[in-house]
Every structure is written in structure tokens, then in C-alpha cells.
Design a protein around this ligand. Structure first.
Ligand code: BGC
Length: 754
């Protein structure tokens, strides 16, 4: 008998019920006489928010490194770097006596308005999944746990505790679940956190399909499921659904409910035992890592600077950047002296130190004289005097650098942004300064896209510096002076305006429900399909050097889905500066039974190249790279046919294309049913063989009875093909030997072999 089974056998019902609810805001329930320790969990995801007093919920937290937020992490597209960041987080957890860090958050950025997007990676499930895998593997490689959150379809903060996310099965499988699935399968997070919202009518916390059938049974998840803080509505139902640990505690009433349910037979004790088993296995795993000591503050600050520098995205540059030896630079904007580096809510970190962007810039500026103007107020008020002062300073300088950040509490957990706008003061400031100073550079600090159409044409350069973490001030200076050659690429589309965004007419929902009406078409999948112009496309980012792609190759022109495909391309740094490029591979399916996005990211790689250097990038595309989820088959399917392999520098900058032919190895069951149309019967090989004689007879007969196109102004074949077989048989009426129902059922029996 294993140690854990033995312990469960020794535990009383009361002890098991108590174990499944926290002992405090951040700790699990210990059982001292059995040697079961308590386990400490803490937010997440870009730093360790360990409350000074672990028994309090919202209190000042102990100093920890505030790394760049996930939006910035994802823009690095650098899985090795994110692994390192994860390791550093683990060291801080160990020092701060934390067993599990509550992150990463892998929810899709369905709308750029979601207040919590800065805590999430991407609008693309593959990219988000890869980031999460590296993050989790990084943290867990040091014996500290993670919590994969918020599972699932929590894509807005508006009414997050009650909203019913109505998502069709295909969108769920192809867009909203794959990042979770990849993380579970490839990185095995110790814990997974359910979200607050309902999914298709059932709260995530009580959703058996989500927690048990998909997560645990289908994906083979072995860790435990924890509730988001306060997400449980019915404790007993939640346990039955697969929710192992309820947080926060203590909640005596809940424990009693569980005990009563077992005693009354409403809850099978085996369900409770299973939850206890899962929790205990993690509690003991966590205990294997000795906690305490300290962490290397300076090293982690340097790592935070590195990640920030790699994640910043150069959006526009007319050649002004990198900065040269200028005599005078005007630095404008209060966020140049007071860094805007993280968002609001549970992820808010008490940083170990904090860069002052102005001072960091001065360090690299050498003899260049930096002047400063406040530029804009901290709130949304207008103050013309600040604009006038900024223009005066900008005029006297050779370059103006505007540090623009969103108002402090605009981006936060718990609510969404009302718009994608900078303040009207900031817009007026940028326009006024760039009118007097053509060398105006805008640095943006925000956690998600802002609109720029009103001013972007007038400025010389724009750097998206994100919520950049505590060392972001230094990282901005690195990028501006070319100490770091920008290599970040957007992990989300920047729209021209809010009404262009995919979820616009299906957000934020009404009557308590939000319908994901755009289906699988979120992010670039939507902009591509509808050919909606964007401000900056997914995958986009400039560099101070240039890259040439050549010699694309695929391992086979015709291949079996299960074998996958290797794609290689040579990339050369054709500029004068060392730099990094993110090579992206998208797949386009020529023809499919269900509508598919024009292209989907299926591989990427970040490489570093010296001037003139060439490297060959190899990417492996597997079965899933070509498959899509077919709800009728209830599985991922591939279909025979041609695919384009698109290799590019962004989703809108495809440099090479190879066309390949896939051979599907799937033997799919027929999905014909009583409602299937004639077209569906003819497209199904088994359907066709069963029906062939009848179809011929029927179409001839119908064609005759329609009397040709002229009589009723329609193409009879078009009509026939999209009419269910059953209805057509009804037309034939008494000419049939049996009833249409019997006939169709007979055909179906042959097709399904029943
Ligand atoms: C958030 C989680 C967080 C938890 C604990 C919740 O409100 O949604 O992301 O981990 O609180 O702070």
C-alpha cells in the first residue's frame, strides 16, 4: 500500500473533508497527528506575492522580483528565457517559503478590452501553450509547483463571477482549451485552477465535463484542481465534478456540508478519497523541497531586465532608433520618472527594487543632456500648461522621447477597460510634441493594445514596452540605445479601432451570458478571414537589422498525418547589427469539410544572428498542426489534401511557401443521420455506395418533375443536394415500397454496419 493510500485509510471523514478546503487564505489544512504538513500557495504569475502575514488575505507582500507581465513575456517568443524566468520564480518561492505559485494564466485574449489581458499570453493557443509549458517546466524543475489558470473560458473580467460563457465545442477545443491541454500534457502542472465563470451553463467549479472528463480523463491530468478564490457555489457538487481543493479557507460550513453529504449517502466517500489522494500527493511532493534562505536579488533584477528587453516590440522606426550621440534629448511624461510596470489585482507585486526610467536612460546617454517635462497628469484631466512646457523642451532638443502610460488603475483584474484609448490629454500631447519635434519617439506602457491612428503618422518611432516589470526602465534604455536590438513580436493583434475587433458585437454579453459568436475566428484568424486591416498584425515587430529568408524545405511533399513534417528555412542577418529573429510557421488548409481560418500558427523559433550570419531553422509539425476538431466526430481530424506551409516574420509577412499533400490515416466513422442532406450522403464514401442506385433514380425523377430551370427559376440540383434525403423521399411519397423513415433507417444501418 502506498504511503498516501495508507494515510487516507487512517484519516477520519472529518479530516478528509477538512483537507479539501483551505486552512487560511493561502494554506492547505495540515493533519498534525498523521504528519500531513500544510502547503502554502501564493500569486503569480509574474512574481511571488507572498503576504507578510500568511493568515491575511490582502496585505502588503514580501519583496519579490516583479518580472515583466505575461503579455511582455509572450512577446519574447523565447521559450528558453521563459524557462529561466520560471526557475527564478521558483528560487524566490523557496526563499519566501512558498510551495506553489498561482500561475501561469493561459486564457485567450478574445477581446483586447479584458482587464486581465496583461496576465495572459496571447490570442493564439499554440503560442500561449508553448509559453505555459516553458514557464511551468522552469518553475517545477526546482521543486516548486504551479497552478494553471483560469480553467476555462474566462476571457473577460466583466461579471467574471457569474457570466455564462457560451462557447461552441469546436471553438472550445481549437481556441480556448489547447493552451491548457498542452500545459497539462507537456508540463504536468501540480495544480490547475478553475475559473469563476460558467461554461455553457455550468460553473467551472461544478463542471464535471471540464474538470473530470476533459482534464483528468481525456488529458490524463494527475495533479489537483483548486478553485479560484471563492469560485465554489455548491461544495458537494464541486467535489463530484472533480474540484479537489476549495480556496480560500477556513470554511467550517463547507467542511460540514461534505461530511453530511457522505453520511447521508449524497456523496460517495470514494470521491472524497480521490480528492484527498490528489491533494496529498502534491502536498508531500512540495514538502520534498526544503524552503528558506534567500534569493539573488540583483541577478533576478538583471533577468527581469533581459526579459523586458526581449519582449518590447519596436512598432515603428523611421531610422531615429537606435539613438545616436545627440546633444540634447527631451524626456517627457511622468512615467519616465515613475515607472508604470504592472497591473492591478492579485498579481500585484511588491518589487525588490524599481528602475527609474529617466535615470536608466541617463546612464546610457553619457554626455547627452536630458531635460524633463511632466507631460500629462496622472488622471484623465486636461492641463494645457503641461503640453506647452513639453513642447518648449522638445523644441530645444534634437529628440523627444515620450513615455506614455495608461492611467494607473485602468488595467486590472476584476473589471475590463471601457475602450482602447490613451487619455485625450496624452493624444493632444503626442500630436503637439511631434508637430514641433519630428524626432519624436513614443514609448508605450500598457498591458494590452491601445489605438494609435490619431497620432502614429506624426511620430518617428514607437516602442511597445508593455507592463514591463521592475527592471523595465533599464530595458527601455537598452532598446533605445541599441544595447538590446529589439526582437519582441506581438503575441496579439493591435487593431486600428475597437469596432474592428472580432468579439465586438458579442461582448460583454447580456442577461448574464456572453456568446462567443465569432467561434474559432479570434485574433488574426478573424482579421485574416475578413481581410480587416490592422494597425499591427500578430507576430509583428521590427529590428535594427534585417533578415532574409531563403531555401525553404519540407521533409516530404506527400506525407502521412501521423508522421508529421519537418520544415527548414535558412535565415540570414542582412544588416549591420547582431539581432534576433522569430521565425514563424503557419499552416493553411486548402479545403476542409468545416470552415477553417486562413492560417494558423503551428511552430516558431527565435534565433540569434551576427551580421552576415546564416542559420538553418528546423521546425517539426505534428498531426495536430494539420488537424481541426470536428464536433460531429468528437475528435481532432485530418483530411486528405493540400496544405500550404507558410514561413514568415509575422502573420502578415509570409516570406516563403511550400505546398504539401497530407494523407490522412484516420478511418472516420460515418456521421450520416436522419437529417443528412443528399450532398452529405454523396460525399460520404459509404453513403454513396449504399445509395448510388437510388440517388440516380431520384435525381432523374426530381429533375423531371421540376421540369427544368425555367419553370420555377431554380437550379434543381442545387435544391436537391442541400435537402435531407428523408425530405426527398417524402416527395416521392407513394412511389416508395416502405415509409421514408424505414428506408432511411435501413440505409443508415448499412452505412453504420449495425
Ligand atoms: C484570481 C486568481 C488568484 C486568486 C488568489 C483570484 O481572485 O482570479 O488569479 O490566483 O484570486 O489571489
Amino acid at each position: 500500500m502506498t504511503k498516501i493510500t495508507d494515510l487516507i485509510n487512517k484519516m477520519s471523514l472529518e479530516e478528509k473533508a477538512a483537507l479539501c478546503t483551505g486552512a487560511g487564505p493561502w494554506t492547505t489544512t495540515p493533519v498534525e497527528h498523521l504528519g500531513i504538513p500544510e502547503m502554502t500557495v501564493t500569486d503569480g504569475p509574474h512574481g511571488v506575492r507572498r503576504a507578510e502575514n500568511i493568515t491575511t488575505f490582502v496585505e502588503k507582500s514580501l519583496p519579490a522580483t516583479c518580472f515583466p507581465t505575461s503579455a511582455c513575456m509572450a512577446s519574447t517568443w523565447d521559450v528558453d528565457l521563459i524557462h529561466k524566468l520560471g526557475e527564478a520564480l521558483a528560487y524566490e518561492c523557496i526563499a519566501l517559503k512558498v510551495d506553489v505559485v498561482l500561475g501561469p494564466g493561459v486564457n485567450m485574449k478574445r477581446t483586447p478590452l479584458c482587464g486581465r489581458n496583461f496576465e495572459y499570453y496571447s490570442e493564439d493557443p499554440y503560442l500561449a501553450g508553448e509559453m505555459a509549458v516553458s514557464f511551468i517546466n522552469g518553475v517545477q524543475s526546482k521543486g516548486v509547483g504551479t497552478s494553471l489558470k483560469h480553467y476555462a473560458a474566462n476571457n473577460q473580467e466583466y461579471q467574471r463571477s457569474t457570466i455564462n460563457s457560451v462557447v461552441d465545442e469546436r471553438a472550445l477545443r481549437e481556441i480556448y482549451l489547447p493552451a491548457f491541454e498542452a500545459a497539462v500534457k507537456k508540463a504536468k502542472p501540480w495544480t490547475a485552477m478553475c475559473s469563476y465563470n460558467k461554461l455553457n451553463g455550468t460553473y467551472a467549479a461544478e463542471n464535471h465535463r471540464l474538470l473530470t472528463e476533459i482534464l483528468k480523463e481525456e488529458w490524463g491530468y494527475e495533479g489537483f484542481v483548486v478553485s479560484d478564490w471563492g469560485a465554489v457555489h455548491d461544495r458537494v457538487e464541486a467535489l463530484k465534478a472533480g474540484l479537489d481543493l476549495e480556496m480560500p479557507g477556513p470554511r467550517e460550513r463547507r467542511v460540514k456540508e461534505v461530511i453530511d453529504a457522505v453520511r447521508s449517502g449524497k456523496l460517495d466517500e470514494a470521491v472524497l478519497d480521490e480528492a484527498a489522494r490528489r491533494i496529498l500527493s502534491i502536498v508531500f511532493k512540495a514538502a520534498e523541497t526544503k524552503k528558506g534562505g534567500s534569493f539573488d536579488i540583483a541577478r533576478h533584477h538583471a533577468l527581469a531586465r533581459r526579459v523586458a528587453g526581449e519582449g518590447m516590440v519596436l512598432l515603428k522606426n523611421n531610422g531615429i532608433l537606435p539613438l545616436k550621440k545627440h546633444k540634447r534629448i527631451a524626456v517627457i511624461g511622468h512615467s519616465a520618472k515613475e515607472a508604470y510596470y504592472q497591473g492591478g489585482g492579485s498579481s500585484h507585486i511588491n518589487p525588490t527594487q524599481l528602475d527609474n526610467p529617466f535615470e536608466e536612460l541617463q546612464k546610457l546617454a553619457g554626455d547627452t543632456k536630458l531635460s524633463f517635462a511632466e507631460g500629462y497628469p496622472k488622471d484623465e484631466s486636461l492641463d494645457q500648461a503641461l503640453i506647452d512646457e513639453a513642447c518648449k523642451k522638445a523644441r530645444k532638443a534634437e529628440v523627444a522621447i515620450l513615455y506614455i502610460c495608461l492611467p494607473a488603475t485602468k488595467e486590472s483584474e476584476g473589471y475590463d477597460r471601457p475602450d482602447l484609448d490613451l487619455t485625450s490629454h496624452q493624444v493632444a500631447l503626442i500630436k503637439a510634441v511631434s508637430a514641433v519635434q519630428p524626432n519624436t519617439v513614443v514609448i508605450l506602457n500598457n498591458g494590452a493594445p491601445v489605438v494609435m491612428s490619431e497620432w502614429i503618422d506624426g511620430v518617428a518611432a514607437v516602442v511597445e514596452a508593455w507592463m514591463m516589470g521592475q527592471a523595465g526602465g533599464g530595458a527601455i534604455a537598452d532598446v533605445l540605445y541599441g544595447k538590446v536590438n529589439p526582437s519582441g513580436k506581438l503575441a496579439e493583434t493591435f487593431p486600428i479601432k475597437l469596432i474592428d475587433t472580432p468579439a465586438y458585437i458579442n461582448y460583454p454579453g447580456e442577461n448574464g451570458a456572453v456568446r462567443y459568436g465569432e467561434g474559432v475566428f479570434i485574433g488574426y484568424r478573424y482579421y485574416d478571414a475578413k481581410q480587416v486591416p490592422t494597425l499591427f498584425p500578430f507576430g509583428y515587430g521590427l529590428s535594427y537589422t534585417t533578415f532574409k529568408y531563403k531555401n525553404p524545405k519540407v521533409s516530404a511533399k506527400t506525407f502521412k498525418d501521423v508522421d508529421g513534417l519537418n520544415v527548414t528555412v535558412d535565415v540570414t542577418n542582412t544588416g549591420k547589427m547582431a539581432g534576433k529573429e522569430v521565425v514563424q510557421v503557419y499552416v493553411h488548409d486548402h479545403k476542409s469539410k468545416l470552415i477553417r481560418p486562413p492560417k494558423e500558427l503551428k511552430g516558431f523559433s527565435k534565433i540569434e544572428l551576427q551580421p552576415g550570419e546564416t542559420k538553418t531553422v528546423t521546425l517539426k509539425l505534428d498531426f495536430r498542426a494539420f488537424a481541426y476538431y470536428h464536433p460531429a466526430y468528437k475528435q481532432w481530424i485530418t483530411e486528405d489534401g493540400e496544405f500550404d506551409i507558410l514561413i514568415g516574420a509575422s502573420s502578415a509577412d509570409i516570406r516563403c511557401k511550400k505546398t504539401v499533400t497530407l494523407q490522412s490515416t484516420l478511418e472516420l466513422p460515418s456521421i450520416l443521420n436522419r437529417d443528412s442532406t443528399l450532398r452529405e450522403w454523396t460525399e460520404d464514401p459509404r453513403g454513396m455506395s449504399v445509395l448510388a442506385p437510388l440517388i440516380q433514380q431520384m435525381t432523374d425523377q426530381m429533375r423531371d418533375s421540376f421540369g427544368g430551370n425555367e419553370a420555377i427559376g431554380m437550379d434543381p440540383m442545387g435544391f436537391l443536394l442541400d435537402t435531407p434525403l428523408m425530405n426527398l423521399l417524402h416527395f416521392l411519397g407513394s412511389a416508395l415500397p416502405t415509409s421514408p423513415e424505414e428506408m432511411v433507417d435501413g440505409f443508415l444501418a448499412k452505412v453504420h454496419g449495425t
